[in-house]
Design a protein around this ligand. Structure first.
Ligand SMILES: NC(=O)c1ccc[n+]([C@@H]2O[C@H](COP(=O)([O-])OP(=O)(O)OC[C@H]3O[C@@H](n4cnc5c(N)ncnc54)[C@H](OP(=O)(O)O)[C@@H]3O)[C@@H](O)[C@H]2O)c1
Length: 315
């Protein structure tokens, strides 16, 4: 991929898309094609096709999706399944149809079976039942991955796929109804501290273990894979170590300056007990992450403080 190539980042205002945009801009790629949702609804097949016919992107980062936490996934399964099937099918098909050289599809670690062996290797995919709380989303993502593989096999289209672990960073969704655990905790501990509350109740038992990767590390991996990875092999992208939700809560409370009690509401769902990706394949290719959790959460909290007025809500 040359610096002058036409590069489309689908979802460039999202957590991942905005990080890819920052990374490409920093790398001197200056022929970036961007279209927000108000100009181009990626669920609209005709509009997507017309966009690709007009702009003819050579490289496509597919970072647009309907994304949300456990509650949003449980409440809106139809929306998560339909929107993601539509977005990814439209973008993958139009990219191939209009001659793109390469596309990067982003999967998600929730595509792996609930009981996958840990750390999760890429070969665990489709070996068992999914976690029910985000099944609709995971099924859509699996379909996207299969679509990439099918277009590669049938049409010779160079579609590659990465499976990121849980992400966080600047531009994250801090809306309590739809956010993931890490930004939700930052906001809840911050609000508890500023309101002088003595206790924060965290959803679930606190025992599930999760891995978190700073989104700037993922963006770096996306560029790396776009430039170097040609095979159909899936690539896990993660930090390589996990923490319990209770450890994460303590870390965030400490960074935010919350001195009260942390308790756990075990009536709320925990989700998968453990989710840690085996990242040996990515490391074997020559890529590794750089931003440790404490440093990443600290800078994400600084971003939250600077942007509270502009925090987005995702519906
Ligand atoms: N966040 C994570 O922890 C995580 C972990 C693993 C994998 N991923 C994957 O990374 C990708 C991006 O996730 P993210 O966290 O960056 O999500 P995000 O912050 O919610 O961003 C999603 C982007 O997609 C856009 N979008 C959604 N529906 C659209 C539509 N109909 N038309 C046009 N644009 C639309 C959104 O536009 P608006 O700005 O207009 O809403 C937004 O820019 C997804 O494929 C996700 O599965 C994320």
């Amino acid at each position: 991929m040359k610096r002058t190539d036409r590069i489309f980042i689908a979802g460039h205002r999202g957590l991942v898309g905005s990080a890819i945009l920052r990374r490409l801009a920093a790398g001197g790629f200056d022929n970036l094609l961007l279209a927000g949702r108000s100009e181009l609804d990626l669920r609209d097949q005709a509009a997507v096709d017309a966009f690709f016919a007009r702009q003819r992107p050579e490289y496509v980062f597919l970072a647009a999706a309907r994304v949300g936490g456990i509650d949003a996934n449980r409440t809106f399964p139809a929306d998560f399944l339909r929107d993601n099937l539509q977005i990814q099918t439209n973008v993958i098909d139009s990219a191939w149809r209009h001659g793109a050289a390469k596309l990067l599809f982003l999967g998600s670690s929730c595509m792996y079976p609930r009981a996958a062996r840990q750390p999760i290797r890429e070969c665990e995919l489709l070996t068992g039942p999914l976690e029910p709380t985000n099944e609709a989303y995971a099924i859509a993502k699996l379909a996207g991955l299969k679509l990439c593989q099918a277009y590669r096999r049938q049409y010779g289209f160079l579609a590659i796929a990465a499976i990121p672990t849980n992400l966080y960073g600047p531009g994250d969704n801090f809306d309590l109804a739809t956010s993931h655990v890490l930004p939700a905790l930052i906001r809840r501990f911050h609000e508890a501290r500023t309101a002088g509350r003595r206790e924060v109740v965290v959803w679930g038992t606190g025992t599930p273990r999760r891995e978190f990767l700073h989104v700037d590390d993922l963006a770096d991996a996306c560029l790396f894979l776009m430039q170097t990875h040609e095979s159909g092999q899936l690539i896990n992208v993660g930090w390589g170590e996990d923490v319990s939700i209770s450890e994460l809560a303590s870390l965030i409370a400490d960074l935010v300056g919350f001195k009260g009690r942390i308790s756990f509401d075990a009536t709320k769902p925990d989700g998968t007990p453990r989710k840690l990706l085996d990242t040996r394949r990515a490391r074997g290719l020559g890529w590794q992450p750089r931003i440790p959790l404490r440093q990443g959460v600290e800078s994400t909290y600084a971003w939250y403080l600077a942007n509270q007025g502009g925090i987005r809500a995702v519906g």
